[in-house]
Design a protein around this ligand. Structure first.
Ligand code: IMP
Ligand code: MG
Length: 176
């Protein structure tokens, strides 16, 4: 059985939406101490485009997190594999995620970051799969809501593959 990659959200649609999110963040964070925190690895493509759509000085940080094994279901365990390089006290944090699925990762990161006393903390996610919510988390800035399908591309992987696809796609099993 081989696999077929079917586009769900095109490169053009993503680029248009990311520019809108960038404009929204530019308005919201004017005069503030904006720090974009990309949750690795999935957010690296989204963060790169989003940062360039924000017309403000801002700091960029990455946080390494492991919440999935090789499979496609959440273990519910969130492990920090790489922490921020500097304190975030008094800063305006935007957590940048590829996708909010069960919500467990973001819930854990919000709890962790609040102990470091930022001035504010918001969540910006490219995708949200509400059907799989296990814990409600605020998604303050959202690209697209999608149905319960496992998606790849634009940073998202399936067992570390497909992160470099420019569109968001679904992997389907096919006969040939
Ligand atoms: P959550 O903790 O269940 O909300 O999941 C967070 C992480 O799981 C995301 O940042 C992704 O890395 C991964 N994930 C969830 N759904 C998908 C998907 O459909 N494709 C690829 N990765 C996913
Ligand atoms: Mg992720």
């Amino acid at each position: 059985m081989s696999q077929r990659i079917v586009t769900l959200i095109s490169e053009e649609e993503i680029q248009k939406r990311v520019k809108e999110l960038g404009a929204q963040l530019t308005e919201a964070y004017r005069g503030k101490h904006l720090v974009l925190v990309g949750v690795l690895k999935g957010s690296f493509v989204f963060l790169a485009d989003l940062a360039r759509a924000i017309d403000l000085p801002c700091r960029i940080e990455f946080l390494g997190v492991r919440s999935y094994g090789e499979g496609t279901t959440s273990s519910g365990v969130v492990q920090i594999t790489q922490d921020l390089s500097r304190p975030i006290e008094g800063e305006d944090i935007v957590l940048v995620e590829d996708i909010v699925d069960t919500g467990l990762t973001i819930a854990h990161l919000l709890d962790l970051f609040r102990t470091r006393h930022p001035s504010s903390i918001k969540v910006c996610a490219l995708l949200h799969k509400p059907a799989r919510t296990r814990i409600q988390v605020p998604v303050d800035y959202l690209g697209f809501t999608i149905e319960d399908k496992f998606v790849v591309g634009y940073g998202l992987d399936w067992a570390e593959k497909y992160r470099n696809l420019p569109s968001i796609s679904v992997v389907e099993a096919s006969e040939s």
